[in-house]
Design a protein around this ligand. Structure first.
Ligand code: NAP
Length: 505
């Protein structure tokens, strides 16, 4: 008997489930909870790591914290009156996510340590066939909840592989690496870097911060909640929702100057200038940190300790660009060689070219990467993609918010997915696939909304704009409009095939 036949006989048949969710960050976990609240039991969550939490589980770098107010950073169905401060730290957020998994008893719906290696649509069987590191699965409906910030982007710098010291990405922090008294380089000055730099600078012998573009930095109004405040949030009905609503409304005003009326950004820029002037005494350093693009073009950052950290005697902001990395040093483009023991790559994530796109093979045999390469990264309402039947993508194209809580986007999409599943069952629909024309119309509208906005015209490069100059990641309008768009599943926008037995409406 050949090896192949032996293996084929010993392999268990694929495990079938109605709904298969891939990833258990805020999105996948939120969907699992809502499904279970609605009485669905026939679903599974595949998670490659050994815990829930997604990006908040993975980003354990020193100083990791959220720059969206805590009151907005929870599910609407599980407010957290126990936040210790107005902007939460990563450990506190991760504890919250874990507590939700426990409180809503969805851990037993998870298969941890289970990495999806391929997901192929079988048109004849009308199912997703999913290969994983823990066996094969089939599903009527697949939900990608892997998220846009799941895969680190590693820079392609000459000689990087020859470096002999410690080198790691901010989202894969090496906690065994003792950085005390070491010469450290941080590459990047984005949202992660500006939290890392002040946290590691005091203990470092030297810290070189390699900046390619200067970020706009605004003050962070941080407030520790007192016991009476937390008690009030816990016991006064509606109080926390009121504060949450106020935070929400304030954040919505960001859309006005980002997308609707960019000249209003001058006021925000003025605040940032005053802060820069106040916190940096050295004019040469001030010149280096002054951004050369309009505020809002990249994600705006908030920090009270980044500029002071740059001003420390043991910290150097290097703006000359990196020419090459050698075994024990980094050479900048002006020829200066700086000795270094450890390099932190705070260089962001693969959003527009996420490797998760390679996993999905659609109806016509092309992977999502191939479709996106040819047509650009697109989705219908950020949630479904033509050529990929019976599939949803949470935080898909243009479903991201850069000014308010991403959980608001996630919950909007979950509403849509739940309504879709109920509609399909009610109407006896076996397969659904968004019409390309509906997707194209949606994307045309998105482009109209983005045109003239600061993301495209602000004179910067950013991770939400693709190589064709299209914003493919962010929702370019008020977040409540996103919610309105997704409040009902619009079956008319989809090609469908009926189930064998249809249930009358
Ligand atoms: P990022 O914002 O994409 O920043 C990456 C940084 O690395 C940028 O300064 C970039 O420079 C630089 N860089 C990339 N490749 C480089 C290269 N080859 N050589 C030199 N510099 C290079 O990444 P991030 O800071 O990890 O943040 C990513 C996203 O995570 C954020 O936008 C945000 O959505 C999320 N995040 C959120 C929080 C939060 O508080 N909620 C905290 C951290 C992260 P350029 O600007 O010139 O490209």
């Amino acid at each position: 008997m050949s090896d192949n036949i032996t293996r084929a006989r010993s392999e268990p048949p694929p495990r079938h489930t109605r709904i298969l969710i891939i990833g258990s960050g805020f999105a996948g976990l939120g969907l699992a909870v809502r499904l279970s609240q609605q009485g669905y039991t026939d679903f599974l969550v595949l998670e490659r790591a050994d815990d829930v939490g997604g990006t908040w589980r993975d980003n354990t770098y020193p100083g990791a914290a959220c720059d969206v107010p805590s009151q907005l950073y929870s599910y609407s169905f599980a407010l957290n009156p126990h936040w210790s401060r107005s902007f939460s730290s990563q450990p506190e957020i991760q504890r919250y996510i874990r507590s939700v998994a426990d409180r809503y008893a969805v851990r037993d719906k998870h298969i941890f340590g289970c990495e999806v290696t391929a997901a192929r649509w079988n048109d004849t069987a009308a199912r997703w066939e999913v290969q994983t590191t823990r066996g094969a699965f089939t599903a009527d409906i697949a939900v990608s909840a892997a998220g846009p910030l799941c895969e680190p982007k590693l820079p392609d710098i000459k000689g990087i592989h020859t470096f002999r010291g410690k080198i790691f990405h901010s989202a894969r922090w090496d906690h065994d690496a003792d950085l005390t008294g070491k010469r450290i380089a941080v590459i990047g000055t984005g949202a992660s870097a500006i939290q890392i730099v002040p946290s590691i600078a005091p203990a470092a012998a030297r810290l070189d911060v390699y900046q390619r573009s200067a970020p706009w930095v605004l003050p962070r109004v941080i407030h520790s909640y007192s016991r009476p405040e937390r008690f009030a949030y816990q016991h006064i009905p509606g109080l926390q929702r009121l504060v949450r609503a106020a935070d929400y409304a304030w954040r919505e005003t960001f859309v006005l100057w980002q997308n609707k009326f960019p000249p209003a950004a001058a006021l925000i820029a003025l605040i940032a200038y005053i802060k820069m002037r106040w916190e940096i005494r050295d004019p040469a350093l001030r010149r280096k940190v002054r951004p050369n693009y309009r505020i809002g073009c990249k994600r705006m950052l908030i920090s009270n300790d980044y500029y002071p950290a740059l001003g420390r005697d043991n910290v150097d902001l290097v703006t000359d660009g990196i020419k090459e990395i050698r075994e024990h040093s980094i050479v900048s483009s002006d020829g200066t060689e700086r000795a270094v023991d450890a390099i932190v790559l705070a260089t962001g994530f693969r959003v527009a070219d996420s490797p998760t796109f390679d996993l999905f093979t659609g109806r016509d045999g092309r992977t999502m990467s191939e479709v996106f390469d040819a047509e650009g990264v697109q989705a219908y309402k950020g949630t479904t993609v033509a050529n990929f039947p019976n599939a949803f993508v949470l935080l898909g194209a243009n479903a991201g918010f850069n000014y308010t809580s991403i959980i608001y986007a996630i919950e909007s999409q979950i509403t849509y997915v739940l309504d879709a599943i109920a509609t399909l069952e009610r109407r006896g629909v076996r397969t659904f696939e968004v019409r390309k024309s509906a997707q194209d119309n949606h994307n045309r509208l998105l482009r109209e909304k983005t045109a003239g906005g600061v993301w495209l015209t602000g004179g910067c490069t950013n991770w939400f704009t693709d190589k064709h100059g299209h914003n493919t990641a962010l929702w370019p309008d008020f977040s409540f409009r996103f919610r309105r768009l997704l409040r009902k599943f619009d079956l008319d926008a989809y090609e469908t095939t009926p189930s064998v037995v249809a249930v009358a409406d």
